[in-house]
Ligand binder design. Sequence first.
Ligand SMILES: Nc1ncnc2c1ncn2[C@@H]1O[C@H](COP(=O)(O)OP(=O)(O)OP(=O)(O)O)[C@@H](O)[C@H]1O
Length: 232
Amino acid sequence: MLDAWNIHYRYPKSERESVSGVSLHVRHGETVGIFGPSGCGKSTFARLLAGFLVPDSGRVTLGGDPLPQKGRLSVQLLFQHPELTVNPRWRAGKILAEGGDPLPEILDALGILPSWHRRYPHELSGGEIQRLAIARALHPGTQFLIADEMSAMIDAITQAALWHAVKNHQERHQMGLVVISHDLGLLSKLCDRIIDFPEGVALACCDEGADYGGRREGCESVPSVARVAKPL
Ligand SMILES: Nc1ncnc2c1ncn2[C@@H]1O[C@H](COP(=O)(O)OP(=O)(O)OP(=O)(O)O)[C@@H](O)[C@H]1O
C-alpha cells in the first residue's frame, strides 16, 4: 500500500499550511480520485505522496517503509504541464530512456512514433510530450502512479487513448493510481472511489450509474480515508 499518515506541509515562504492533516491509503490495483477546489492543496499533496516534498509532520510510506530515496522511483508523478518535467536539451529518445527501456506495447498504445525520438521537446506538441512523460512513468517497477491533472490540456479523443493505455498497464501490473482532477465525470469513469479534498470524505462511490448529484449523501464512508482534523 501507499500510505500518507496525517500529513502537514507549509511552504517556506507561506504563513499557512497548504496541506493540513491529510491521510490517504491506496492499495495496489486501486484507482482513487481526488477532487477539490482550486488552491486547496491537491498538487502539494501529490508532490508529498510522490516524495518530491518532505512533510513537516506525518509520513508517507510504501509497503510500510519510507519512500526509497535512491534508484528508480516506485511512485511516479505526472503533471498537467509535462514540458516542465523534461530536459529541454534532451531528444525524445533520451527522455524516454531515462526511466529504463520503454515497453514497446506502451509506446504503441500511446501512439509514440519512432520519428519523434530524434526531436527535442520544443519540436513536439504538449500532448506528444505528455505521451513521452506517461511512457517514461509506466514501467513494471512503477507501483503507484499519481496523475495530477494529467489530461486537462488534451483533446477528448487523445485523452481517452492515454487513459486507456494507463488503465491497461494498471491491470497488467496491479499498479495503484491516484487521479487528481476537476473533472468529476472523468473521475467517475476512472476511479474506484473519489475523495473530497481536503476533508477526505468519500465524495462518491463509483458504481455504474452512480448519481453524483447527491454528492456526499448516500455514499458509504471509506474507512481507509481519514477525515482531516482541521480544514485549510
Ligand atoms: N511553491 C509554493 N510556495 C508557496 N505557496 C505555494 C507554493 N505552491 C503552492 N502554494 C500554495 O499552496 C496552496 C495549495 O496549492 P496547490 O497547488 O497544492 O493547490 P491545488 O488544489 O492543486 O490547486 P489547483 O486545483 O488550482 O491546481 C495554495 O494556496 C498555493 O498558493
